[in-house]
Design a binder for this molecule. Structure first.
Ligand code: ZN
Length: 465
């Protein structure tokens, strides 16, 4: 613990309460894991409803909420979203309100053969609990419930802190009714602090607060040079084929180091924890002799700098290749945007770059643009300091501020609808959790520390003047 950290007066009591409640919390989590609440189309929505009912019962069981209900919002005019659980308790005596977010739906399990134990049969092996959703994100649901239980046991049920629990039911299917949901229930969701427990920790001994998330821009780019295919023996060497134009154009997106070379795509300046190129090569499974791309600290390349990847290409297959000049080629371009830059601005920069660099007068068509803004926490807020302090007390290790190379698009919606709320992205995962993959698991020590962190945070907010 650093000198600045004063242990919360109730820290020892909270630790004992969390420890005493852990077997029940693990058992309750196991009951949630048994419900295959896959929110994707083609899976039984009754299971998502059953999982929502189970989560609702857990919140009711805490005895601290004024109301607990299942709630939905429309995806569009024709379709309603999957059920979320919404619970509220009004703040009293000028105390802040804290919203606890997690999601109770899960990814599909994938091939059963890839699992060492059945995906919906919670199984403890060593110090980990295995099962689909055991980490992502039923552990988030359960961490909130267990923290409320421990907090209530220590301070009593007559506290002044405002509490909102929001357990979403379709996060893994793109949070399609999320924006409508938070708009529809805006008054009941309003909070000073929003805890999004759906991210990970640095490792099983080191807590992390996620403070930066990259945004994303994807689109289809068609490069066309000819009205129709022609014989490459006759015209090759004089008529430009679309593949040549596409290769030359795409090559301009990166410099010789493989770093993004698009004017207007910016990088964020921020320190990152140490992470070696060797570790990267190991974790991302580089083949022998393959070297990293980009410049600067490795984590900065993944968290703070833009990245561009061509993730697909439509062109004649090798099997069908004939001696013709290809008239048009379509690629899928996927860009990650530095936290802090708007995805709209990033798209404009990408489009301007492509149009300015199209070779041989090639015609470009851009279609199916999809984009999501990144997220950058204002780390000067009091809630960030309180959360890092709570982590340090619960883990006995200083919290790292981390980024994520991927995106959590709904966070941008939260920021838009609740601009004054301080958002804390926490989590119960660690680097071995394998969320979305076979053999997903939760480290039970991390689970206990995550529960204690949140119980301490609730106690700190309750005692805030
Ligand atoms: Zn998740």
């Amino acid at each position: 613990m650093t000198d600045a950290t004063q242990p919360h007066p109730a820290l020892d009591q909270l630790r004992e309460a969390v420890q005493a409640g852990l077997p029940t919390a693990i058992a309750d989590l196991g009951s949630l894991v048994r419900i295959p609440s896959v929110s994707w189309d083609g899976f039984d929505p009754a299971e998502v409803r059953r999982s929502a009912e189970a989560a609702k019962a857990l919140l009711e069981g805490t005895g601290v909420f004024d109301s607990v209900e299942l709630a939905t919002a429309a995806i569009d005019e024709s379709r309603e979203g999957q059920p979320a659980v919404l619970a509220t308790r009004a703040a009293r005596n000028g105390k802040p309100t804290i919203l606890l977010y997690a999601h109770h739906d899960v990814q599909p399990p994938g091939a059963a053969d890839d699992w060492e134990s059945a995906p919906f049969e919670p199984t403890v092996r060593g110090d980990r609990l295995y099962g689909r959703g055991a980490a992502d994100d039923k552990a988030g649901v359960m961490a909130h419930v267990a923290a409320i239980r421990a907090f209530t046991e220590v301070v009593g049920a007559d506290f002044d802190l405002g509490l909102v629990a929001f357990f979403e039911g379709e996060e893994e299917f793109g949070s399609r009714s999320f924006k409508n949901f938070i708009t529809k229930y805006r008054d009941r969701l309003a909070a000073d602090v929003i805890v999004v427990a759906d991210s990970d920790n640095w490792d099983e001994a080191t807590p992390a607060l996620t403070v930066g998330l990259r945004g994303n821009v994807t689109f289809k780019l068609t490069v066309a040079t000819l009205e129709h295919a022609s014989h490459s023996g006759m015209y090759g060497g004089a008529a430009p084929d679309a593949m040549l134009a596409a290769i030359r154009l795409l090559d301009t997106l990166w410099d010789a180091d493989g770093a993004v070379a698009v004017e207007g795509l910016v990088a964020r300046e921020a320190a990152t924890p140490d992470y070696t190129e060797e570790k990267l090569a190991d974790e991302a499974a580089f083949l022998d002799g393959v070297t990293p791309i980009g410049r600067g600290p490795v984590l900065s390349r993944m968290w703070n700098q833009p990245a561009i990847t061509i993730t697909g290409i439509d062109a004649p297959t090798v099997l069908n290749a004939s001696n013709t000049l290809v008239p048009s080629v379509t690629v899928k371009l996927s860009a990650r945007i530095a936290p802090g830059q708007s995805s709209a601005e990033a798209f404009r920069a990408l489009e301007a770059h492509l149009r300015a660099n199209a070779p041989f007068g090639a015609h470009l068509t851009i279609a199916d643009v999809d984009r999501g803004d990144g997220f950058l926490v204002d780390t000067s807020g009091w809630a960030v300091a309180e959360a890092k302090d709570a982590m340090e007390q619960a883990w006995d290790a200083a919290a790292l501020e981390t980024g994520i190379g991927g995106s959590i698009p709904f966070i941008a919606d939260l920021v838009e609808v609740f601009p004054d709320a301080q958002i804390l992205v926490t989590g119960v995962e660690d680097p071995d959790s394998r969320a979305h993959s076979p053999n997903e698991s939760l480290h039970l020590g991390v689970f206990r520390r995550a529960i204690l962190t949140e119980a301490v945070l609730l106690a700190k907010l309750e005692s805030r003047a």
